[in-house]
Design a protein around this ligand. Structure first.
Ligand SMILES: Cc1cc2nc3c(=O)[nH]c(=O)nc-3n(C[C@H](O)[C@H](O)[C@H](O)COP(=O)(O)OP(=O)(O)OC[C@H]3O[C@@H](n4cnc5c(N)ncnc54)[C@H](O)[C@@H]3O)c2cc1C
Length: 535
């Protein structure tokens, strides 16, 4: 007898786990299949095998406003053990001449830091912040937390309100146009575009001019999980178990089972088929879901072409240098800015706007650009991530996946490149000369090896260009989390609103799946049409 569940979810990253939590709470019998020995996907914390007690967050670390996410509340993650820390000096950009541009959780302190660089830019920051706070709350946040609307309907609804019209007007620019038009100081321009780059939107793309004012106005700040990022995954797992769900690790589907044109389960190869009464939801990328798991007989050629054409971000892959330390990095700039001893995200190597086009050119040619890097010393804020008195720290850098034309070149080049980053780091924090006990690096190829859904090392699991946004993410005909096949849904970062640890693809997929099953739930937000229509 085949095992039978109500729902099978492919991939136990945070999006798959969030969907599982909601379906379980709605009374469905849920199974999550995960190819790795441990659930969590990008929420991964590894103990250093050479140095027991030192924890490294191998993928996601800066978790944006998790405590404000609806699923954090609905799935009661604090009851399940999650604790988030939000350091006050949230981000500091260090310049070569020893200055620091600072973003604080407290807006007036950010204003003060900006005004030390340019009073005019600080005023622009305040103006855009104040103007976009209601746009973020009234439009952008509801849009991110709902299944997306068809573009024409969205536009018509936005045109009916002043906030909506303003959003469309600012969006029409590219992030680069926006920054060049509104800000004057090179460090501030570069810093603002860095945040755009973190979202991985190509800074030249028109249609994304609102990204920077939205980030300025967002109450969402960077947080970290106490105990390491995997601690958030453990809380999600506990929520799934609490709702009666099951997570099966070391288990990858071989093929989707289809009967009478409907997806009814999966073959895993190892055991009997596993059947799903209602649905299979995939948090994998479109290449895996449509081209690897689906028999071609069930994929019309035009959809096959769209899935095959799904594109990954050129400038998203990351190179990481991880250190274990006798003491935390002590930045020379702290002589004038003592607050830097408690800075959370620290950015180095970024001085002016021209570095961004240079970075893109290098990525296109498979070369590593001059280093621009950012990272943290987690143990400054959470001593549980290293033995007493000792520390871990890391730096990330955007690096091309195909190094000199071939990703395999990373295996030879990795350690030497780590030394390049360490040199830059030491130039800002001279105590690292003596403080480093050990180090290791991870390349974009290592990311893909660890999480094959992050194809080409793209940690966002798909670009935002070529129309791969909103209603058409991952592609037209598979937006809104539904696919062409009854019983098959999508719920991962390749769907709206995209990658990073937002949990919103999983949260939105839960709204769609439960509505299709007629199950609803009092946690569901009002329909987006109604919310935008009320503005
Ligand atoms: C180096 C790095 C740094 C990052 N830093 C940040 C950060 O600071 N902040 C942030 O918000 N985000 C960060 N990210 C991005 C973030 O980790 C991802 O965008 C996010 O994890 C995507 O969530 P997901 O649940 O959709 O997919 P994942 O977290 O990738 O989960 C997918 C799961 O599916 C599993 N899987 C894959 N293939 C199969 C298969 N065939 N069968 C079964 N299971 C399968 C995987 O093992 C994985 O567990 C980072 C990523 C990387 C690589």
């Amino acid at each position: 007898m085949a095992e039978t569940y109500d729902a099978i979810i492919l991939g136990a990253g945070h999006n798959g786990l969030i969907l599982a939590g909601y379906l379980g709470k709605a009374g469905l019998k849920v199974l999550v299949l995960e190819r790795k020995p441990v659930a969590g996907g990008g929420l991964s914390t590894l103990e250093d095998p050479r140095h027991p007690g030192f924890l490294h967050n191998a993928h996601a670390f800066f978790l944006r406003a998790i405590t404000a996410m609806p699923w954090y509340r609905d799935l009661e993650l604090e009851r399940h053990g999650a604790r988030l820390i939000e350091p006050e000096l949230n981000v500091a950009l260090l310049t070569r001449d020893g200055r620091a541009l600072e973003w604080w959780t407290d807006f007036p302190r950010t204003y003060e830091s900006f005004s030390r660089f340019s009073r005019r830019d600080a005023d622009a920051l305040r103006r855009w912040h104040d103007e976009f706070v209601p746009i973020v709350e009234g439009v952008l946040r509801p849009e991110a937390e709902s299944p997306p609307l068809p573009p024409e309907q969205r536009r018509a609804l936005l045109m009916r309100s002043a906030q909506g019209r303003r959003l469309l007007e600012v969006s029409a620019m590219s992030p680069l146009d926006f920054v060049q038009r509104e800000f004057e100081h090179p460090t501030i321009q570069a810093g603002l575009l860095f945040f755009n780059g973190l979202r991985e939107v190509d800074l030249r793309l028109r249609g994304f001019g609102h990204h920077i004012p939205a980030l300025l106005a967002s109450p969402a700040k960077a947080q970290m999980a106490q105990g390491g990022s995997a601690a958030l995954a453990r809380a999600l797992e506990a929520a799934v178990h609490d709702a009666g769900g099951e997570i099966r690790t070391m288990s990858a589907p071989k093929r989707l089972l289809i009967e009478n044109g409907r997806v009814v389960g999966v073959e895993t190869g190892a055991r009997e088929d596993i059947r799903a009464r209602h649905l299979v939801a995939s948090s994998l990328n479109p290449h895996q879901t449509f081209l690897e798991l689906l028999d071609t007989a069930f994929l019309p050629p035009f959809l096959r072409d769209r899935a095959a054409a799904f594109a990954y971000n050129l400038v998203a892959p990351l190179f990481a240098l991880n250190l274990i330390l006798k003491e935390p990095p002590r930045y020379a700039a702290a002589a004038h800015h003592p607050e830097l001893d408690r800075a959370f995200m620290v950015i180095m190597g970024l001085e002016h706007l021209d570095q961004f086009p240079e970075m893109i050119r290098h990525h296109e040619q498979g070369r590593v650009p001059p280093p621009v890097m950012w990272g943290a010393c987690p143990t400054l804020f959470d001593t549980s991530q290293a033995p007493p008195g000792l520390h871990t720290a890391f730096m990330w850098e955007k690096a091309p996946y195909r190094l000199h034309g071939d990703a395999a070149n990373w295996d030879m080049a990795r350690d030497e490149h780590g030394r390049v980053l360490l040199r830059l780091w030491r130039s800002h924090a001279p105590n690292l000369e003596e403080a480093v006990i050990d180090s290791f690096t991870r390349s974009p190829l290592d990311v893909e090896r660890s999480l094959p859904n992050m194809r080409e090392g793209d940690l966002l699991v798909g670009g935002f260009d070529r129309g791969q946004v909103g209603y058409h993410r991952p592609f037209a005909g598979a937006g809104q989390y539904r696919t062409h096949l009854p019983g098959l849904y999508l719920c991962g970062a390749s769907s709206h609103p995209g990658g990073n640890v937002t949990g919103l693809p999983g949260y939105n997929a839960a709204q769609v799946v439960l509505s299709d099953l007629g199950l609803g739930g009092d946690w569901m937000p009002p329909p987006l049409e109604a919310r935008l229509g009320r503005l």
